[in-house]
Ligand binder design. Structure first.
Ligand code: CU
Length: 226
């Protein structure tokens, strides 16, 4: 296992953190569950050469739960998305507040409120605008993100409205529970991957081996900042 920690800037969650971080993660790959283990989901995945991938990332901090993205070591084509990711505006709240989208595939934005909103989206790292559009009641807008990364979402009319979009080519992503537990959104084909874990403004990249059946990445920890 190797790991690498870098800092990411997420202005939506901006917190001052000056510490230099050192990798301190101990993921483990557990063998697939045996037959009649009471894990029919894992057994079914195993029969397809895939794995249910679970683990525990740091608990939510800075208003955002941890995020996990698995990228295969060997680049490959991913299956296209089966449904369009949707971010709505309901009672002056972006819903959901965190949305995964697939880079190069469309996502839809909606306004279900009786009032006008706009949607301003920019890449959090480069601060480059993705788009900024006005969206009247019942309006929809479709956009295709072209670059992997975190995007800040806001409405200039209602400054309290904020959301985060995570664009990734890989469909193997997870938004952790507030206590840090996560299950990757869909079964993952067995093989070597890089698991990137974002917790607050910290990021760690872990080399992991996904074994068909059920792979537990264990507890992913970050050192305490000084
Ligand atoms: Cu608004």
């Amino acid at each position: 296992m190797s790991s690498r920690v870098t800092l990411v800037s997420r202005s939506a969650l901006a917190l001052a953190l000056t510490a230099t971080l050192v990798a301190c993660s101990t993921p483990s790959t557990e063998p697939a569950a045996p037959r009649k283990s009471g894990d029919p989901e894992g057994d079914a995945a195993k029969a397809r050469g895939e794995a249910i991938v679970v683990g525990r990332a740091p608990a939510a901090a800075g208003g955002l739960s941890s995020i996990v993205i698995l990228e295969p070591k060997e680049p490959r084509e991913f299956p296209p998305q089966t449904g369009m990711p949707i971010m709505d505006q309901i009672s002056q709240v972006f819903t959901p507040g965190v949305l995964f989208v697939r880079t190069g595939q469309p996502a839809e934005f909606r306004n279900s409120d009786e009032i006008l909103h706009n949607i301003r989206v920019r890449n959090d790292e480069t601060k480059e605008a993705a788009f900024n559009i006005a969206l009247p009641t019942a309006g929809t807008f479709t956009y295709t993100f072209l670059k992997d990364g975190f995007y800040d979402v806001g409405c200039d009319i209602h400054p309290a409205m904020a959301a985060v979009i995570i664009a990734s080519k890989s469909p193997y992503t997870a938004l952790a529970e507030t206590d840090g537990r996560f299950v990757v959104d869909r079964p993952v084909p067995a093989g070597a991957y890089t698991a990137t874990v974002f917790a607050d403004i910290r990021r760690v990249d872990l080399a992991v081996e996904i074994v068909a059946g059920r792979t537990n990445l264990g507890e992913i920890t970050f050192p305490q900042s000084k």
